[in-house]
Design a protein around this ligand. Structure first.
Ligand SMILES: Cc1cc2nc3c(=O)[nH]c(=O)nc-3n(C[C@H](O)[C@H](O)[C@H](O)COP(=O)(O)OP(=O)(O)OC[C@H]3O[C@@H](n4cnc5c(N)ncnc54)[C@H](O)[C@@H]3O)c2cc1C
Ligand SMILES: *[C@@H]1O[C@H](CO)[C@@H](O)[C@H](O)[C@H]1NC(C)=O
Ligand SMILES: *[C@@H]1O[C@H](CO)[C@@H](O)[C@H](O)[C@H]1NC(C)=O
Ligand SMILES: *[C@@H]1O[C@H](CO)[C@@H](O)[C@H](O)[C@H]1NC(C)=O
Ligand SMILES: *[C@@H]1O[C@H](CO)[C@@H](O)[C@H](O)[C@H]1NC(C)=O
Ligand SMILES: *[C@@H]1O[C@H](CO)[C@@H](O)[C@H](O)[C@H]1NC(C)=O
Length: 457
């Protein structure tokens, strides 16, 4: 008999897993409270991290070689798709000062060790600039003056041509169509597709197994395995995840460029303009990133998006009695979409704009919003069977921690290996993505409601 799988969530994780499970012969149904068949992942007000014009693709992962390799595997697949969902625009890492920061130097050393040095171009480095001219990258080694410096000093910068961006919403829609073509079933909508609760049954030895799910309109959907892939909402659906995950918000602002404005349209096009990331200050003593801002080239619709991740805001609320972990009886969950980024975040974005996008300095934002991260306790994803439930009847596929979008084409293959083989999975990601209540809660998850990032304070 064909085993059936219900997946809750049609974002990056749910889609990628659905496609691979179907390819492996499972009978797969995906549920989502949002109707992506109708909006084609283009309603940017929807609260799903995957619904977004663009996300950064990078392969530089510092000492996390497993992600560097996964990123190069994904890059290869994005390129093989050949449909422009990945754009190799390059990414300019602008330094806090005119010199290369120590972290950047280490990144260069490590990428050199992995044979990727040729794909990096250091501003002001004669050999690199000559090579950039030959290869057509020179125009993207942009020069920015350091404000307040007399002798017109410029920020140090490294152009990383392994990097670029993915058209995230378009890629989700592509994978949704692919899944549908393969025969994955989708149930969408605030009633029919909206998860209400798990259906559980007691096993012979007194344990518990998940036998399906109930949706808000009262229907029951039985399955051999139920997968929670609901991004930053996952803890509310499966409180057993509360120890592993915390929702936090990144601040995003958008400008709209008029195609009639030929100068700006051209200047900020992906052909001319790379993704830019800038750390306003070096990492603090604790190695924490204190002020990073990034911008994408304009989209085909003329949207220029800027993100601030200096502070990822938490939103602590009373935790329900069924949550398996809380801090001062609270947990951080997404705030309603009406809650917008605070002025300090917008000020940081404005400061960035005045240096890096000077023509837009006095232009009002087209829109601002929070985008909710699903932070795990160590920045690794959480992809495993939930040990509390018998018969491998409950599986989780989440914990994107702000960096999973780039992996859409390959995430599912590794997740299915874990789904099918559990402890015996061959993927090198298995030890990193396992259910891990034995691991200490770090990555900011130790802060709790009294921490400095809590919006609800
Ligand atoms: C500000 C920000 C910037 C980021 N930048 C990058 C980047 O540059 N590069 C990169 O690679 N990654 C980036 N990421 C990370 C990436 O976007 C996420 O890791 C990824 O999109 C998470 O996908 P997901 O499927 O877990 O969650 P989501 O995309 O949130 O999808 C979860 C789905 O579950 C559904 N759902 C929720 N509750 C229910 C329910 N009760 N019933 C039914 N359905 C439900 C939701 O509607 C949603 O469609 C960023 C994330 C954020 C927030
Ligand atoms: C797949 O599951 C659906 C819903 O549970 C069911 O209606 C359908 O008959 C199943 N198909 C197969 C081939 O088992
Ligand atoms: C470079 O690699 C070394 C050894 O693997 C590691 O300890 C170090 O943290 C890496 N540097 C960066 C910037 O990640
Ligand atoms: C819930 O919605 C689905 C899809 O529209 C429908 O098939 C089902 O009958 C509904 N269930 C109830 C109990 O109304
Ligand atoms: C769990 O699996 C066992 C062995 O396959 C089976 O006998 C039992 O009925 C299953 N329990 C549930 C609740 O599905
Ligand atoms: C947990 O408890 C809350 C509040 O009592 C309830 O609304 C929710 O459905 C419960 N969640 C689960 C997954 O049991």
């Amino acid at each position: 008999m064909v085993a059936t799988v219900n997946i809750v969530g049609a974002g990056i994780f749910g889609l990628s897993l659905a496609v691979e499970l179907k390819k492996n012969g499972y009978n797969v149904t995906v549920f989502d409270k949002n109707n992506y068949a109708e909006d084609e992942y283009r309603n940017f007000e929807v609260q799903a991290a995957s619904v977004d014009q663009n996300k950064i693709f990078r392969a530089s992962y510092g000492k996390k070689l497993h992600y560097q390799r996964l990123a190069m595997e994904a890059r290869d697949r994005w390129e093989k798709l050949g449909n422009g969902l990945f754009v190799a625009s390059g990414m300019l890492r602008v330094q806090p000062t005119e010199d290369l920061g120590s972290l950047e130097q280490e990144t260069i050393a490590n990428m050199t060790r992995d044979g990727l040095r040729e794909m990096l171009f250091v501003k002001g480095h004669a050999d690199d600039e000559a090579r950039a001219k030959q290869q057509g990258w020179f125009e993207k080694i942009l020069k920015f003056s350091i404000p307040g410096e007399q002798q017109n000093k410029e920020f140090g910068a490294v152009l990383d041509t392994t990097a670029g961006f993915t058209k995230c919403s378009a890629a989700c829609y592509y994978y949704y169509c692919l899944a549908k073509d393969l025969g994955v079933q989708f149930v969408f909508g605030v009633d029919a597709g909206n998860f209400d609760s798990l259906i559980k049954e007691e096993t012979e030895n007194g344990g518990s197994a998940v036998v399906g799910l109930r949706t808000k309109n009262g229907s029951e959907h039985r399955a051999d395995t139920t997968v929670i892939a609901a991004g930053s909402f996952s803890t509310q659906l499966l409180p057993e995840l509360a120890y592993h995950l915390e929702s936090s918000a990144g601040s995003v602002a958008r400008f709209e460029i008029d195609p009639q404005d030929v100068f700006l349209w051209d200047k900020y096009s992906p052909e001319k303009f790379p993704v830019i990331t800038w750390k306003r200050r070096a990492r603090d003593g604790a190695g924490k990133d204190v002020g990073s801002v990034y911008v994408f080239p304009r989209t085909e619709e003329g949207i220029v998006k800027i993100g601030y991740r200096g502070v990822k805001y938490t939103h602590f609320q009373p935790a329900p009695a069924n949550s398996t972990f809380s801090q001062d009886n609270q947990w951080s969950i997404p705030a309603s979409p009406e809650i917008k980024p605070p002025q300090v975040a917008l000020d940081a974005i404005q400061e960035f704009v005045s240096i890096f996008l000077p023509e837009l300095k006095d232009v009002p934002f087209y829109s601002t919003k929070f985008c909710w991260y699903t932070d795990s306790l160590d920045n690794e994803f959480v992809v495993d069977h939930v040990p509390q439930y018998a018969n491998n009847s409950c599986f989780v596929c989440t914990g994107g921690s702000g960096h999973a979008a780039k992996f859409l084409p390959v995430l599912g293959e590794h997740a299915v290996d874990i789904f099918v083989h559990g402890e015996n999975a061959k993927t090198p990601l298995r030890p990193f993505w396992r259910w891990r209540t034995d691991v200490e809660r770090k990555n900011g998850l130790e802060e709790g409601p009294s921490g400095p990032r809590n919006l609800a304070k």
